[in-house]
Design a protein around this ligand. Sequence first.
Ligand code: APR
Ligand code: PHB
Length: 392
Amino acid sequence: MRTQVAIIGAGPAGLLLSHLLRLAGVESVVLESRSREHCEHRIRAGVLEQGTVDTLNEAGLGARMQREGLVHHGIELLFERKRHRIDLTALTGGRAITVYGQHEVVCDMIAAAVEHQQQLYFDVSEVSLHDLTSDKPWIQFTHDGAVQRIDCDYVAGCDGFHGVARESIPADALQNFERIYPYAWLGILAHAAPTCDELVYAHHERGFALFSMRSPEVTRLYLQCRPDEDLAQWPDERIWAELHARFENDEGWLPAVGDITQKGVTPMRSFVCEPMQYGRLYLAGDAAHIVPPTGAKGMNLAVADVRMLSKALAARYREGRDDLLAAYSATCLERVWRAEHFSYFMTNMLHPSFDDTPFINRLKMAELRYVAHSDAASRMLAENYVGLPFRD
Ligand code: APR
Ligand code: PHB
């Protein structure tokens, strides 16, 4: 097989990259290790920045998102039994977020790929990357029991944190930066009508909790737990009791209880690999960086990376320009580190941790009160939360 760009991974990064490249007239092949069914039903976060919404709409991928996505103009911080609304739209000159499940975005992009006969292989295995520092890189993989080879010009590593692409770069060519948090999130999907129109981030001495939603019938909820939490220790009754304890407030608002249809524990990690490129290999999305979910940045950073990479590859094929490809990593990392800091800031401020000293705890409360009551501080939170405008 031969293509211009071989893409490893059919998550948000790989699928959007193949779509944007097709719109730019650049040929690609996508290799995905899991099944289509698995990719379409993998429940992840669900907050789209304004830039992500604009990108999906501009690429012709936003029809169902426009119909079913929930546009939000604010979020709430709940602490000391009081809810404080951050008016995202007023503080950012009209920008907003859209709540629309990541798996829904993946479904929409897979449907578009199938409609346009994009070469998209699921259930591949034994993917290996070769001759990345030559001008003729190639990929080997197994599909339907047969060993295949793809010769290409460029390789996009969109295969997530545990993928093969980053691992194919010699250790001495990379520098990894990492922080592991001493807590995780236990997340649930509940068949219960959301009882608040906007997301509620709660700081409580018992731990952090987040109220979100997926539709008028489905509530999405998270609570801070131990990194090695055993889900078997969390029957539905205990989950609801703990959520209600952490959302306690003077107005009597609480999430509605309903059947829990999905449970999972999400570890909390910050990670960046520098640079995000090696020879003809370009990393995008979780393959290059991870953020704790508190700032809802994961998929949005993946979208920003592949916007940049698709423009750089299009410039290479259309105009023979290599400058955007050469600058890819430095350009992406500026946005990545800003999002890493915001995600760290939101995580640290909202999560009481067992290793917090009383002094640190007081600092966190002071920061929460400042963000809730200061125009300047809430504007900082708002502009980072809705997503900074793309530089291009
Ligand atoms: N070969 C082929 N495919 C692979 C391999 C491999 N060796 N390893 C992983 N994959 C696939 C995974 O099955 C997954 O479908 O690559 C895809 C990577 O997708 P994501 O992990 O979703 O990463 P990305 O596309 O960068 O999107 C980032 O996803 O994980 C969330 O929170 C994260 O919201 C963020 C978003
Ligand atoms: C979600 O709805 O899954 C969600 C929302 C906000 C976050 C993280 C996850 O910060």
